[in-house]
Design a protein around this ligand. Sequence first.
Ligand SMILES: Cc1ncc(COP(=O)(O)O)c(C=O)c1O
Length: 367
Amino acid sequence: MSTASSAAVGPPPGMAVRLSSNESPFGPSPAAIEAAQRALADAHRYPDDQSVALRTALAEHESVDLDQVAVGTGSAALLMDLIPHACADTQAPDTQNPEVVAFERSFVVYRLAARNAGARYVEVPTAGPATREDDGYGRSVDALLDHVTDDTRVVAVDNPGNPTGAHLTADELTRLISGLPEHVTIVIDEAYHHFASGQRGYARVRELSVDHPRLLTLTTFSKAYALAGLRVGAMVGPAGLIAPVDGRRTRFNVTATGQAAAIASLDDVDHLQHTVTGTVEGRARMAAGLRELGIPFTDGLGNFLTIELGTPSPPIVEAYAGHGVGVRPLAPYGMDEQLRVTVGTPDEVAAFLSASQSVLAEVPARG
Ligand SMILES: Cc1ncc(COP(=O)(O)O)c(C=O)c1O
């Protein structure tokens, strides 16, 4: 599998319907836009380096203390600080060969952060692709635990996962966390949790009865809160672990506009609900349309579906582009015959399904 470059994750230019980057098509909360505009008028001032108001709001939201919350320029930036820290942490038993363990086809930043840490990136095999009957890429807790060694410093799990949409249930996650030794830093990345809540056994870490001294959860304002362009992410965990990771970040990293918009977003429960409902409904419409076309796909719990083509993806991506629809090829994940398609607005979902009728007509039958 190749190491994904930043070029591999950029949006396709000029697409009328952009379903390639797991963004929210419903846009930010109007209150967040207003708050960001107000903050912009003070753009000659540095932001609050400690992001106290935002961290306070998040602490309240997550029912934890202020010193248990860190924020960064997206959760990706937090991962880039956290994973090297956890690999070098002298409080964990010493190792010359730190390892970062994740499921195959996990969020690409785990691999990039492991590389920056000089750590070995260990991928745990998952089940194979979807068929017409079943979702693909199922994850096994036992398989992951089998890959943990004395050298393991980090276990990172995106739940639900990107780009596969696979998830661990509450029971599976509990078993995983309970089965990991105390020297391992556990990162449960809940970037898509809003779209998964209450479905198919999914639960956030905060809903479980688990205890581990190095357990962290990541969330982001890029997905359900629709602030991807402002770059705000958050990490919650034990204060003793949060402080040194926070110490690694670039000063004044989260902009004043980002802080203001994120705080306003947390308060706008109605807009969040509108986004989540619209996304879950759109995902169901996309799934029904693909089923009608007989195309195998993984009906995951993110704001996207992962489609099996049974043929190399580049010409298919081109064909969608011909219809003005941008979709995501997954070659950087070693998935040459798959596409990831983000759930759009009702009109965008309709445009995708309409394009799919001709684009996918030639795709060989599978499963
Ligand atoms: C699983 C997962 N985690 C984290 C992120 C990063 O989000 P951000 O850096 O925008 O907060 C993404 C973005 O696509 C993701 O898919």
